[in-house]
Design a protein around this ligand. Structure first.
Ligand code: ATP
Ligand code: MG
Ligand code: MN
Length: 555
């Protein structure tokens, strides 16, 4: 996959990467200052807010010592979930709106949580009012702010579940006029609590992020990883399947559970022996050996570099490379500067860049930052093409507290406006200095029922993103653009986990269908199906609804 470097970029200081993860002294405050917003006049526009959200915001206004006013024009700060000018103008005069700071509800939540009023710019409810919002921010002005105040909340803080819930995070950027079927359901769907854990496919079962036998799953996953790195696909898949079966088992296993283990799907004699060994001794001899082996550790390290797959990793090992220093010397990371190199680049060059970014990209992304990145990108997208819909998918949507990257699926209700958007957005983000590298840019292809790989034909861009905050850590951000009719297959396909997706494709295949992120095809006549909601994807294959947080079929 080509990894293009759009242009030379400034070198971040070496200390910058963890700075963003460290709260400023101010931010460590866990208690709310009674005067967070001391006598500031706040108006809450209740359009698009649920009654309980309005109640929550009103109580936050009180907590912060601000004054709730009943008319937007009397306020200094307007809190609103409305993201579109047209919709806003139904409630507030445009001239009034331009004279206030118009922020999303998260501005209030974050300000109260952090014990001081945050700058408004990043929280601008409408991208087109970003500048006036920043200028009218009655707190620390965005321009002369204490830079640290634009940082994220500390990872050690415990933001309320509600604040970090995917639906809340995705909601504030939804435009007002989008068709109901592109919105998440108003009332979250419930997963049947006691689905049979012995069924064959992981997409028919529930798998929580951390399961009662988590450590056992992680041990078996070491063997899975080694087999994968050694190119032993079939064996690796057996371990992946076994792990997925144990992930769905509802109780902690003990050594007396021989029969239970025998009933689990996808666990043969060899792996069940390992399971019993773990239950007897608390560890598995083979796993201990693998973890201690130089080869395994070197292969894991090499393959962690974007662009190095298992077979390159093995080649590097065969050439005698063992550690990061060897790798850097091999690819001359500290050799000739790579800045400013234009045009097609060799795989080696991609790897050279990826190696240079390795340390930064290895830092995990807390949920709050995932949300900030999403909000920032949506503000830019609103400038490029107003009215888009989006959802954060990937591990974030499955409930991970920290992610390796940010995955966002977008669409526009009007298909003609969705086409070509990926390129436009990435160009804009690059111009704004936010996208520093693009790893892969594809455009819409006709859906091809004959493709054999599971990679979809959606328009997507795998980027390296620099959040517009002080001392940013660069992050991997995957931007996936779907046409409105493939939005829900894209959401399902990019929510994961990997094994869940694999089994979904297997279930589809058994029914003579083909599932991927860009649509569902009936194999015999290539008829395309476009589910109108996420649940319809499950219904179509006769699968029970599984909440995204219960799709963690991988270790
Ligand atoms: P984390 O990012 O924290 O490592 P994740 O589950 O989000 O965890 P990703 O690699 O970001 O992992 O992938 C998210 C999901 O998107 C995967 O489960 C996979 O199903 C899907 N996916 C990833 N890459 C592609 C791709 N190129 N085409 C189609 N689907 C993909
Ligand atoms: Mg991800
Ligand atoms: Mn991703």
């Amino acid at each position: 996959m080509p990894l293009k470097r759009p242009k030379a970029e400034p070198n971040p200081s070496s200390t910058s990467s963890d700075a963003v993860l460290r709260p400023s002294a101010k931010r460590r405050k866990s208690d709310v200052d009674p005067g967070t917003l001391h006598s500031r006049k706040v108006y809450i526009l209740d359009a698009k807010l649920k009654p309980d959200e309005v109640a929550e915001l009103v109580s936050l206004v009180d907590k912060a010592g601000a004054i709730l006013v009943s008319e937007a024009k009397e306020s200094e700060i307007v809190i609103t979930a409305v993201g579109m000018r047209k919709r806003l103008e139904r409630h507030i005069d445009w001239s009034v709106a331009k004279s206030k700071a118009l922020v999303t509800p998260n501005w209030l939540r974050d300000s109260v949580q952090q014990g001081h009023a945050l700058p408004c710019g990043t929280y601008a409810a409408l991208a087109s009012l970003h500048d006036t919002t920043a200028a009218n921010c009655p707190t620390e002005s965005d321009s002369d702010q204490d830079e640290s105040s634009a940082q994220l909340s500390p990872p050690t803080s415990t933001p309320s579940e509600a604040k970090s819930s995917p639906s809340r995070a995705n909601k504030e950027v939804e435009p007002a006029h989008i068709p109901e079927n592109l919105l998440p359901p108003r009332v979250p769907l419930k997963t049947t609590p006691d689905l049979d854990h012995t069924v064959r496919f992981s997409c028919q079962r529930t798998s929580s992020l951390v399961c009662p036998n988590q450590e056992l799953c992680e041990q078996l996953d070491v063997v899975r990883k080694l087999r994968e790195l050694e190119g032993e696909e079939r064996s690796s898949l057996s371990y992946r399947r076994a792990v997925a079966s144990i992930k769905s088992y509802p109780r902690q296993l003990s050594k007396c559970d021989r029969e239970e283990i025998a009933r689990l799907p996808n666990i043969g004699t060899k792996i069940s022996k390992m399971v019993l060994e773990y239950l007897e001794n608390g560890n598995i001899n083979e796993v201990e050996k693998i973890k201690a082996s130089e080869r395994y550790n070197a292969l894991v390290l090499f393959a962690s570099i974007y662009g190095i797959g298992p077979s390159t990793a093995r080649n590097l090992y065969a050439r005698g490379l063992r550690n990061l220093r060897d790798l850097e010397a091999f690819y001359e990371v500290n050799g000739p500067p790579v800045e400013g190199i234009e045009g097609p680049q060799s795989v080696e060059m991609d790897i050279q860049i990826a190696l240079g970014l390795r340390a930064e990209l290895a830092i995990k992304i807390p949920r709050e930052e995932v949300e900030l990145i999403h909000r920032t990108i949506m503000n830019e997208l609103e400038v490029v093409q107003p009215g888009c819909v989006s959802m954060i998918v990937g591990g974030y949507r499955r409930g991970k507290s920290e992610s390796n990257d940010v995955d966002i699926v977008f669409t526009h209700p009007d298909a003609s406006k969705a086409i070509g958007l990926c390129t436009k957005l990435v160009r804009r983000l690059h111009e704004q200095g936010m996208v520093t590298h693009v790893m892969h840019l594809s455009s819409f292809h006709a859906h091809n029922a004959l493709r054999t790989t599971h990679w979809d034909s959606l328009e997507k861009s795998l980027t390296v993103f620099r959040p517009p905050i002080p001392n940013p850590t660069r992050r991997r951000v995957d931007l996936i653009f779907a046409l409105p009719e493939t939005y829900w297959t894209a959401v399902v396909g990019w929510t994961g986990s990997t094994m869940f997706e694999r089994d979904l494709r297997s279930v589809a295949k058994l029914q003579g269908m083909k599932f991927d992120s860009s649509g569902i095809t009936r194999r015999h006549d290539s008829t395309l199906f476009y589910p109108r909601t996420e649940k319809e994807v499950f219904d179509m294959f006769g699968l029970p609804w599984i909440d995204p947080t219960l799709r963690n079929a991988d270790a």
